[in-house]
Design a protein around this ligand. Structure first.
Ligand SMILES: Cc1cc2nc3c(=O)[nH]c(=O)nc-3n(C[C@H](O)[C@H](O)[C@H](O)COP(=O)(O)OP(=O)(O)OC[C@H]3O[C@@H](n4cnc5c(N)ncnc54)[C@H](O)[C@@H]3O)c2cc1C
Length: 389
């Protein structure tokens, strides 16, 4: 997959970096310590038109190309991973509507999401259905011109603050597993919808991760996305595209840790010299920098594949998330090493970055799931795939 970042991309990076350095980075430690969602930064992103970067212009978005979107996420995540999720999850929650929504559904919901007036979330995971989506128990039963939805979701980012959640539920338990799943737009002020519990997390602590309960929630048939039974395909098409944002988030977190580590190494002295002048330290920094750059370039190649709607785009986005997530974990851990004991304490940002990096190996499919996707595509290319189970 070929791609070519342009001068416009460099300009966009410079603008977003300045905003993130000035307005986001100074808030990061406090957001982490308080575990409070940064409403002020959500307003800032909306005002700067950054909530709508993935949305079509005809619905009020700025419809940036996918490399540009990756750059925006990367630069915000470089300052604060929690804040980057505001942009990432707005797209994640809206993707099912963009992929499978009718013109009317899109016209009703996308303008409010692209402006940031409304927030979106994506509700797939349940307590018993993580990597294996076929285990979904949430039930949507047809009742005339409505569906009545019952069940719980777990780990839903922004589920407690979103105005709508795109939810995957079973309309046909008899069909078994993924075949009976369907997708719905659920407005969170619907009677019977609640978000009673938030997770206490290792990282991305300002981003609320909610348990959702739906108790006889009535959703109009007009809010079903696609046909009954298409929920699994809609969810997978969503994640195949959204994983690009997680790869970009991982690159951004790692770049933030690398930049801080380089600055620290340049001023810290031991044995009468700067630690940056010690070859052992230089090798560590060089491995960090080359890892970040490799993951970044793969992420942009994946962005080009998504932009082109390439048939094998999942191969690219899963590869990018796999490489970038593992790289971010390694680079942030190495950044703690560069700072020595100072890396381990909250006075410096790298311990937060290390905790934040871990989630990129877990959500939107664990690294094991990414390998399954890449391997499946690999075998398909080689013409030796088996029919899926
Ligand atoms: C902070 C946070 C935010 C999240 N946000 C959202 C959200 O907005 N919306 C949403 O729907 N979900 C969300 N999730 C859920 C997330 O996507 C799942 O946690 C993830 O997909 C893994 O599912 P699980 O936790 O049930 O782990 P499990 O599926 O139980 O996996 C446990 C372990 O087994 C491994 N494993 C599973 N199957 C295989 C296999 N076939 N081969 C090899 N290894 C395997 C996994 O890789 C993992 O290491 C979020 C999770 C977190 C922690």
């Amino acid at each position: 997959m070929t791609y070519r970042p342009t001068a416009d991309h460099d300009e966009l990076r410079a603008v977003v970096r300045e905003l993130a350095d000035e307005r986001v980075a100074p808030r990061a430690a406090e957001i982490d310590a308080s575990s409070e969602f940064p409403w002020d930064l959500k307003e800032l992103l909306a005002k700067q038109d950054l909530m709508g970067i993935a949305f079509p212009t005809r619905f009020g978005g700025t419809e940036l190309d996918d490399i540009s979107q990756a750059i925006v996420v990367e630069e915000i995540a470089r300052a604060d991973a929690t804040t980057s999720l505001i942009v990432i999850v707005q797209k994640l929650g809206a993707l099912p509507i963009m992929i499978a929504g009718t013109e009317e559904q899109q016209a009703r919901y996308l303008p409010r999401l692209s402006s940031g007036e409304w927030m979106a979330a994506f509700g797939l995971t349940e307590a018993g259905a993580g990597s294996d989506v076929a285990g979904i128990r949430m039930r949507a039963r047809r009742d005339d011109d409505h569906y009545v939805i019952n069940g719980s979701k777990r780990f839903i980012t922004h589920g407690s603050i979103a105005n709508l959640v795109t939810i995957i539920a079973s309309t046909d338990p008899e069909a078994g597993g993924r075949k009976g799943l369907s997708a719905f737009i659920v407005e969170t002020d619907s009677p019977g919808f609640s978000a009673p519990r938030l997770e206490h997390k290792m990282g991305i602590r300002g981003s609320p991760t909610a348990e959702l309960h739906l108790d006889d929630v009535r959703v109009p048939v007009a809010n079903r996305l696609g046909e009954e039974g298409e929920g699994f395909a809609i969810a997978m098409a969503t994640l195949d595209r959204s994983r690009l944002s997680i790869a970009a988030q991982a690159v951004g977190i790692a770049q933030g840790a690398l930049d801080f580590a380089v600055g620290y190494a340049a001023q810290r002295e031991q044995f009468g010299e700067r630690i940056a002048d010690m070859q052992g330290m230089q090798f560590l920094l060089a491995d960090m920098a080359s890892g970040v750059e490799a993951a970044r370039q793969l992420t942009y190649a994946a962005a080009a594949a998504v932009d082109a709607n390439a048939p094998d785009l999942a191969y690219w986005t899963s590869s990018a998330k796999l490489i970038a997530g593992d790289m971010a974990m390694r680079v942030t851990t190495d950044a703690v090493q560069v700072l020595g004991g100072y890396g381990y304490v909250t006075e410096y940002p790298v311990e937060r970055m290390m905790r934040d990096a871990k989630i990129t190996q877990l959500y939107e499919g664990t690294q094991q799931v990414q390998r399954m996707i890449v391997a499946r595509q690999l075998l398909r290319r080689a013409g030796v795939s088996r029919p899926s189970r």
